[in-house]
Structures are given as C-alpha cells and as structure tokens.
Design a binder for this molecule. Structure first.
Ligand SMILES: Cc1cc2nc3c(=O)[nH]c(=O)nc-3n(C[C@H](O)[C@H](O)[C@H](O)COP(=O)(O)OP(=O)(O)OC[C@H]3O[C@@H](n4cnc5c(N)ncnc54)[C@H](O)[C@@H]3O)c2cc1C
Ligand code: FES
Length: 278
C-alpha cells in the first residue's frame, strides 16, 4: 500500500480556537474550529485530526465538514472519557491544539461517476457528513446517491436539520430508521439492515460506504455481498486506539496495517481476512 510521507510539519500542533459549539444530543456536541490565522485545514472527507485539550490529552476525531468550507471546520464529538469530556466543557473562544489532517479518506476520484450507497450508523454520520456534503456540492460528478441512516432512538439522531434537507432532495434516495421508536415517531423502526431490501442498485457500478459501530459492519456487509456488490467496492472506516496518528508508534496496528496511515478508510477485500479488523 502507498505510504503517507511524514514530514516534521505533519507533527506540529497548530493553535486553533473554538468558534461555535452546538449541543446535538446530551452526549454529542458539534464544534466549529478555526486554525490560527484562519488557515485552511485542507482535509479530504474521511480524514481525521488529532485534537489536544491542553493539560488533558489528545484524541483522534473525524472532520465532519465539507472540504469546500475554508477557514474553519467542524467536528462532532461524543463525550466518552477524559479528553472528549474535557472538550465538551470548552466554549466558543477557548483554545485547542490540532495536528493533521491524517489518514486516507474516501477515494473521491474513484467514487466519481459511480452510484453511491452511503450507510451511516449512529456517530458514523460524523465522517460521512463531510463526504455527503462534498457529493451534494458536486452532485453531477456522481451517479445515483442513496443515503441510509440508523440510530438507536429518534433523540439520538444527529444533524436533524440537514437530514431533513437531504430527505427533501429529488436527486437523493434517503431513508432513516431507529431501533426503538418514541411516541411521536412516524418513521421506520428496525435495524439499519432492514432498509437495504428497499434499495435497488446496479452492483457493478455501486460503491457502498459504511461507517458505524463495529457490530453493524458484520451484518451490513453480509447484505451488501448478497446484493452482489464487489468486495473492493465496499468501503468502511475503522476506529482503533491511536497515539501518534501518523504511522510512528504502532498503537493502531492490526496485523501489519496502520489504521492511522493505511486507513482509517479501507476496502473490504483488503481486510476481510484479518481476524482483528472486523
Ligand atoms: C480515526 C478516528 C476517528 C474518530 N472520529 C470520532 C469522531 O468524529 N467523533 C467522536 O466522538 N469520536 C471519534 N473517534 C473516537 C474518539 O477518538 C475516542 O472516543 C476518544 O479518543 C476517546 O478519548 P477520551 O480521552 O475521551 O476517552 P478515554 O478516557 O481515553 O476512554 C474512554 C473510553 O473510550 C474508549 N476509546 C478511547 N479511544 C478510542 C478509540 N480510538 N476507538 C474506540 N474506543 C476508544 C476507551 O477504550 C474507553 O472505553 C474517532 C476515533 C478514530 C480512531
Ligand atoms: S497511531 Fe501511531 S502508528 Fe497509528
């Protein structure tokens, strides 16, 4: 696999400031962040940054905004531990440190001209929002676009306003489902795999892009293979504990692959025989 060239500037922590925060659910917040001097991050959809909360630590986080937005970028963060909870306590005006962007994102040039089946489970929408925004901004470069979204309950749904806009578009097939309904929920109820039979696609020209919790991959991939989507056209993003984020420490290694550098986006054919990957 092609290795990312590391130079010293990749390792520098850049100063950045939180411009805006938005509570999306009790566990997840959206942060709009600007690098010092309003430098652009220049990320590709699917790449991640290492974010430092000074005095606490660093965490890998996917960039959630479109690459077309210059001068600031978004991350959507679930508070699960030390760094992410400390980040949730910060406000607009507070400083953070940023390294990156790192990793291989979604292969945009390869996706162009093809149909896309985007499958997002829970927080998987965070990196996929960057891809979806890019695709919708450059809509003519892609064939049919299907977006399937699943989450536990309606109140866990992220980016609700944007989902509504995607739902209204005539050039996107959009469906969402929840595992458990609420009294005012009139939509689909069931696991995300229950949405797949409703999708009619041409497997030879479809790329399936799946991001969600590890348990989801097994079941979704089984359905995609049953729809005859070639293994190389099934793309997933892996999450592993990381330290350096740039192929130096080995923390994220799975059987010789560095998730931070060879991924986090992989095609299924490359990892299907790695027992520790899925
Ligand atoms: C490439 C990549 C992109 C990510 N993108 C996002 C994102 O967009 N939004 C988001 O909220 N989170 C994302 N994560 C997960 C995020 O990095 C972890 O939740 C975070 O590092 C936890 O740090 P902490 O100090 O808050 O938690 P800790 O106090 O270190 O740990 C709390 C719990 O989280 C688990 N954990 C810690 N790091 C990871 C990890 N990397 N993967 C899985 N479990 C972990 C620990 O085992 C522990 O159970 C991403 C991870 C990777 C590798
Ligand atoms: S996190 Fe250090 S090698 Fe991947």
């Amino acid at each position: 696999m092609e290795k990312v060239v590391i130079n010293e500037s990749n390792y520098n922590v850049k100063k950045a400031r939180i411009l805006r925060t938005k509570e999306m659910t009790p566990q997840e917040k959206l942060f709009e962040i600007a690098l010092e001097g309003r430098m652009s991050l220049d990320h590709e959809p699917g790449q991640f940054i290492m974010l430092s909360v000074f005095g606490v630590g660093e965490a890998p986080l996917s960039v959630s905004s479109s690459p077309a937005v210059r001068g600031s970028f978004d991350i959507c963060v679930r508070a699960v531990g030390k760094v992410t909870s400390a980040l949730h306590r910060l406000e607009a005006g507070d400083e953070v440190g940023i390294r990156g962007p790192y990793g291989k994102g979604f292969p945009i040039r390869i996706l162009e001209g093809n149909d896309l089946l985007i499958v997002a489970g829970g927080l998987g929408i965070a990196p996929l929002r960057s891809l979806i925004k890019h695709v919708l901004y450059n809509r003519r470069d892609f064939g049919k676009v299907h977006i399937l979204l699943g989450c536990k309950t309606p109140s866990d749904m992220l980016f609700v306003d944007e989902l509504d806009l995607w739902n209204k578009r005539m050039d996107v097939y959009y469906e969402c489902t929840v595992d458990r309904a609420a009294p005012d929920w009139a939509g689909h109820v069931g696991l995300i795999t229950t949405l797949l039979p409703g999708v009619h696609l041409k497997p030879e020209r479809t790329f399936a892009i799946v991001v969600g919790p590890p348990i989801m991959y097994k079941f979704v991939i089984k359905e995609l293979l049953a729809k005859n989507i070639p293994e190389r056209q099934i793309l997933i993003s892996l999450e592993r504990h990381m330290k350096c984020g740039m192929g130096k420490c080995g923390r994220c290694q799975i059987q010789g692959l560095y998730v931070c550098q060879d991924g986090p986006v992989f095609n299924y054919a490359d990892i299907k025989n790695m027992s520790e990957a899925l």
